[in-house]
Design a protein around this ligand. Structure first.
Ligand SMILES: [Ca+2]
Ligand SMILES: [Ca+2]
Length: 479
């Protein structure tokens, strides 16, 4: 089995970042948006550690940080891969915990219901990672479930929204995996994140895949008797047709293979596809290990092998790329706790500002939280849905929270001065009946996240539509 994969970096196109449209980052952020800018880990291609260190097999789904293999309904696959699986795993690795209870697992539906227009439709991995960057993700314990309640439902209760703010994504990356060097980089990420430390065992990372699932029978093979991993199933390429599907790459196996071209031997050094050159596309040995959110009984154990070469598919561009995320913890220092009812949450517009001038009519600094502005980040097609704030057919006032820490960071040293906090609520012309603010308060936390105090706004009730509702709160010096 020696020489199964090349064991040195070659001169071909190596590890690189890529932003193929439209599935790898929000267009609203512009072409200069670096999705990794707030991450701490080395960027793709910065390090090229010795490939010889890589074992022939890694399966991170065996690790205690990996959650159960889920069974999705409907179009939530993108969030099962990016949040319920990858975010959960990464957060447990970061925290040194196990994904063995609802307190250490994260749901598919919190992020899904931020961006699915309250419809049963698919989503991208980056949607979930951006929700985690912008707001955060609550645990299953506080959210209440992984998946499956009413589509478009938002959680009611400040504590859920507040908890979410602690669990964030720092950055995410998409990379192609269509050359041997790119496969090596991906293997390194799966093994030790390409950050080997002498004498230390670093947990590997996971990768998001976007497969095509039509006519799967045509591309699924069972490894014959007498061969390595006989009886296991393997995809030799993406489905020739059909829809995209978010799945999770949990590891790799360099030994597993299949005689794709039927010449009687399994090779990586012959022109197996007959295009006149030997490239990654010809490899018949070496595969990713993929977890599919179609239940733990699908393909025997919920997992399948995917040949490295399967991802070199000019007919399915999405299938050429791998996504990864770096997670982080955050301690909110200031939040807005509010209870609102609104018949069309897509029409809601809320801006929150601060000024150290007690007589100011305009804020010095202002934020417009995505969640209270219809998630403009994702554009019109990826909205929160033209439904009541709490969810479809649910006019109940929703108690929620938004993180004001970015505002306090903008104030910097001025945060110790007396400050006016100004909130402006209004609706676009799509709001057909006035929305109502029922309660609004500022909550403060110390640097360790301990709750300090809650200060209600003097005026915390009112209605608004196209005519805005303005409320403000004076925070005394040192407050
Ligand atoms: Ca062959
Ligand atoms: Ca070839």
């Amino acid at each position: 089995m020696a020489g199964v994969v090349n064991i040195s970096w070659s001169q071909e196109v190596g590890p690189q970042v890529a932003y193929p449209r439209p599935f790898s980052r929000p267009p609203a952020m512009g072409k200069d948006y670096d999705t990794w800018q707030d991450a701490k880990g080395p960027d793709i291609g910065e390090a090229r550690p010795d490939i010889g260190r890589l074992p022939s097999r890694v399966d991170n789904s065996d690790r205690p940080e990996f959650p159960p293999i889920y069974k999705q309904k409907g179009g939530a696959c993108g969030q099962f891969a990016s949040v319920a699986s990858i975010f959960t795993y990464e957060m447990n690795v970061l925290n040194g915990t196990k994904a063995d209870s609802d307190a250490t697992r994260f749901p598919a539906d919190f992020s899904w219901n931020m961006i699915n227009e309250s419809k049963n439709q698919g989503s991208e991995a980056y949607h979930g990672w951006e929700v985690a960057k912008q707001h955060g993700i609550p645990t299953v314990k506080s959210f209440g479930y992984v998946h499956g309640e009413k589509i478009g439902k938002w959680p009611n209760g400040y504590a859920i929204w507040r908890e979410a703010m602690e669990y964030r994504v720092a950055g995410y990356r998409y990379t192609p995996a269509v050359t041997a060097d790119q496969v090596h980089e991906a293997r390194g990420w799966l093994f030790d994140r390409n950050q080997p430390e002498p004498g230390k065992k670093t947990a590997g990372g996971l990768l998001a895949l976007d497969g095509r699932m039509g006519s799967l029978k045509q591309v699924t093979r069972t490894i014959p008797e007498g061969q390595y991993l006989a009886g296991e199933e393997l995809w030799v390429r993406w489905g020739p047709d059909g829809f995209g599907h978010g799945i999770t790459c949990v590891g790799y196996d360099d030994q597993v293979g299949f005689d794709v071209n039927g010449d009687g031997i399994i090779t990586n050094d012959r022109d197996a596809n007959g295009d006149g050159q030997v490239t990654l596309a010809d490899w018949e040995r070496g595969a990713y290990i993929v977890v599919n959110s179609w239940g733990e009984k699908w393909s025997k154990d919920g997992k399948i092998y995917l040949l490295y070469s399967a991802m070199v598919d000019p007919t399915w561009e999405r299938g050429n790329y791998l996504g990864r995320a770096e997670v982080c913890r955050a301690i909110p220092r200031a939040t807005l706790k509010l209870t609102l009812s609104c018949e069309n949450r897509a029409a809601l517009r809320v801006s929150i500002g601060v000024s150290t001038d007690p007589n100011a009519t305009k804020p010095q600094y202002e934020i417009e939280p995505q969640v209270l502005n219809g998630w403009p980040l994702f554009g019109k097609k990826r909205s929160v849905g033209e439904v009541p704030l709490a969810g479809p057919d649910d006019p109940t006032p929703l108690e929620m929270g938004v993180d004001l820490t970015p505002l306090w960071e903008k104030l910097g040293a001025d945060a110790q001065k007396a400050t006016r906090l100004m909130v402006r609520f209004h609706g676009t012309d799509a709001l057909k009946s006035p929305a109502q603010l029922h309660a609004c308060a500022l909550r403060r936390y110390d640097a360790s996240g301990r709750f300090l105090h809650e200060t209600p706004f003097p005026k915390q009730q009112g209605t608004f539509a196209e005519t805005p509702l303005l409320i403000d709160l004076t925070i005394p010096e040192g407050g």
